[in-house]
Design a protein around this ligand. Structure first.
Ligand SMILES: Cc1ncc(COP(=O)(O)O)c(C=O)c1O
Length: 397
């Protein structure tokens, strides 16, 4: 693959900008690499990191190892159900009646939509709405995989279920209610899967400490997950699946015997934040293209648009990054602007007004919230233009 500046410049020369694209040759390479990292485990696709029905379909058609979607709202799961997808795990608890009811309606039509719970209130709520709809809803128990090291919280703050006793209490509560049943267990070790080993936003020392903590945390995650899953099974509860991990932990999570499937989303597009892991290197498959519209100084090329900043704790690592031409960078004083973005470039190519700058988002799926369409590129040509969720008029969060 020779995806250099001239390559994309030629492909996109006549297309109005800004535009977003997915390079299918690169995507296919990432898919192959992800499959080999997951070894024999099933891979559930995190749709929040894709946000485009056509791309989800392409990934599923690449291998039968891709099984099920990890959705981010129940309405999204219902939408994907209506578009032919099945085995839709909603990875975050939903509460509003309309959300739960949307899942119920799709379940009634024969789809499997699994709702996430981590406390009795969640379980009772889903059971009540499922009862009104006269159906049974499968549930997944979210177990907390965050760890503590010398009082430092390492991981995300989501579930309070972190012991076999607490997990069993919840399983028993599910068992007592008529319109819900336990289908699976999920534990997301965000501090390993979503935390880069050598982020440029951190000092050398902080990155060193993060790597040390990740190693320590891994051992705790592994034994906590096994203890909880084994306790649930020993109590006679059947589990159809045990889900874990994310792009940053695929090979580690796959090593665990109790895990039946790993989740991957970001690895397909491979946005800028995923450049800084020690275990793997996926390739930039998705990006956006800005047009240079001004040239205020010799080495500064100001583009129209570009302010697509990623969610999470604010920091320079959440800014989009110039990808091509190599050596282009943001101006630290302006960053990525609301309507204009100056790019500093001192390299060997001659840039002029009208030329493109190829950019990458810091995160994966959020790119699609800024564009209605993705230009699909293969072997030097645009082969299709497909709609993002936004382009289909869908906005779930
Ligand atoms: C529950 C859960 N599983 C897995 C993932 C991993 O997704 P990705 O592969 O896009 O990093 C996430 C990301 O936030 C998540 O919230």
């Amino acid at each position: 693959m020779n995806q250099n500046y001239e390559y994309y410049k030629e492909i996109f020369q006549d297309v109005p900008k800004p535009l977003a694209y997915v390079d299918l040759d690169v995507l296919e390479q990432n898919i192959r690499d992800i499959i080999s990292r997951a070894r024999d485990k099933n891979i559930r696709i995190a749709s929040k990191s894709i946000r485009c029905v056509s791309i989800l379909q392409k990934i599923f058609s690449a291998s039968s190892q891709f099984q099920g979607v990890m959705c981010y709202t129940a309405k999204e799961a219902a939408f994907l159900g209506s578009r032919g997808f099945d085995d839709l795990l909603v990875a975050y608890p939903v509460w509003h009646h309309d959300e739960v009811a949307a899942a119920c309606r799709e379940i009634e039509k024969g789809k499997r939509i699994i709702l996430m719970v981590d406390c009795k209130e969640h379980v009772t709520r889903v059971n009540d709405i499922a009862t009104q709809n006269d159906i049974e809803v499968p549930l997944c128990l979210d177990i907390d995989m965050s760890t503590k090291h010398l009082g430092i919280h390492f991981g995300v703050r989501r579930s309070s279920v972190r012991t076999p006793r607490k997990a069993l209490e919840l399983c028993q509560h599910v068992d007592q209610l008529p319109n819900v049943y336990l289908d699976g267990v999920m534990g997301y070790e965000a501090q390993i899967a979503g935390l880069p080993d050598k982020s440029p936003a951190n000092s050398f020392l902080i990155n060193f400490l993060i790597r040390k903590l990740k190693k320590k945390s891994r051992r705790i995650v592994r034994s906590r997950r096994a203890d909880i899953v084994n306790a649930i099974k020993n109590e006679g509860f059947a589990l159809r699946f045990v889900n874990g991990g994310g792009t940053g932990s695929v090979e580690l999570t796959s090593e665990e015997d109790v895990v039946t499937e790993v989740t991957v989303g970001s690895g397909f597009y491979s946005p800028a934040l995923f450049d800084y892991y020690d275990n793997f290197k996926h390739l930039p498959a998705a990006g956006f293209v800005l047009e240079i519209t001004r040239h205020p100084e010799k080495h500064i090329f100001t583009c129209h648009g570009g302010g697509y900043v990623a969610s999470g704790s604010a920091g320079i690592d959440k800014l989009p990054q110039p990808f091509l031409p190599e050596g282009a960078r943001l101006d630290p004083n302006e960053g990525a602007g609301e309507v204009q973005t100056p790019i500093i470039y001192r390299g060997g190519l001659t840039l002029k007004i009208g030329d493109p700058i190829i950019m990458r988002h810091a995160k994966a799926g959020e790119l699609c919230e800024h564009f209605n369409e993705l230009y699909l590129v293969k072997e030097g040509k645009i082969v299709d233009v497909v709609k993002t969720y936004r382009g289909e008029g869908q906005r779930f969060l």
